[in-house]
Design a protein around this ligand. Sequence first.
Ligand SMILES: Cc1ncc(COP(=O)(O)O)c(C=O)c1O
Length: 360
Amino acid sequence: MTRARKHVAAMAPYALAGLGGADGHPAPSLAQNESFRPPCPGAFDAAVAAMTDAALYPDPDWTELRSMIATRHDVDPDTILCGSGSLELIGCLARAFAGPHRSVLAPEHAYPYFRSAAQASEARFDTAPESDCTVSADALLEAVRPDTGCVFLANPGNPTGTRIPTGEIRRLRDGLREDILLVIDEAYGEFADHLDAPVFDMVATGNTVILRTFSKAYGLAGCRVGWGTFPTGVAAEVRKVLNPNNVSAISQAAARAVLRDDAYMRETCAMTAERLDQAAAKLAALGMRCPSSCTNFLLLDLETQERARSAEARLRSGGAVLRAQGAAGLPHCLRMTIGPERELDNAICLLETWIGENLP
Ligand SMILES: Cc1ncc(COP(=O)(O)O)c(C=O)c1O
């Protein structure tokens, strides 16, 4: 029999959210941190217009998109690479910079794909402890080992929703060995941009990468467009392992269109923050604890794994799918996306019923 390489055969597949309701049919999902809003109107027209050239391969260098991203964030377009979602860039970074003798370090409750990417590259995956679902620069620095090759850090974090201030991120970089690549994944960055100064300038250190995505605040999760700003040498290596023609012409056109409508994206972020505050207040009134979140989701602390499982099943049977968090080392927690109003209200109502039936 043909066998996969040993480290791949030993891996568990990356578990995406199970979206089936109690009857097995897809239920409204609050499990994937997607936007509750469609992309801005201009994205529809742009995607349809791009179909005219669908017989041709897309721009493999994402030239116009890079130029627009660069203007939007005041970064050099030559430092930008685009991916089929930021997932592709994370995977390629691990493939190029981690391996059997270059371990990956991440926070204890890090985005689980960091572990999968490390495992696929045959790298050991180490974690730094968090306190109140927040990691500190000191905890990460203390967890560095002689063979640490990469530090992956989502800021804000998923599934915690918490954020490390820019000053701490800079202190982390200053304290890391120069040969360690620091990858700062800002998938939820747009929701937190008003809180602190950007860190894009850190790419000039030569060993720091900043990643972003169009999947969250811009509402383009289905189009699969992520991007990052990379030091020149790092970009050259990542490019070698990136799939050629990785972002379709339709997706590039949609991404360019959403960048033209900054007001719509900002409105999405403001609406999300308002709904998140309302949901957090309702949950607090039910006695449920959530870390303060600057993203489009809340982490619900059910205190025990048994309770989390029971609440998840009850919600699913009522048509609300939340994401269990065992893979992030939080088996007592569920993550709830700030989704469409009706679904969100339904989930909170179901939780209230579950609390009434199950908690003293
Ligand atoms: C922290 C983080 N990084 C990266 C991603 C991947 O996003 P995408 O591949 O859609 O850009 C996600 C998606 O949920 C995420 O939460």
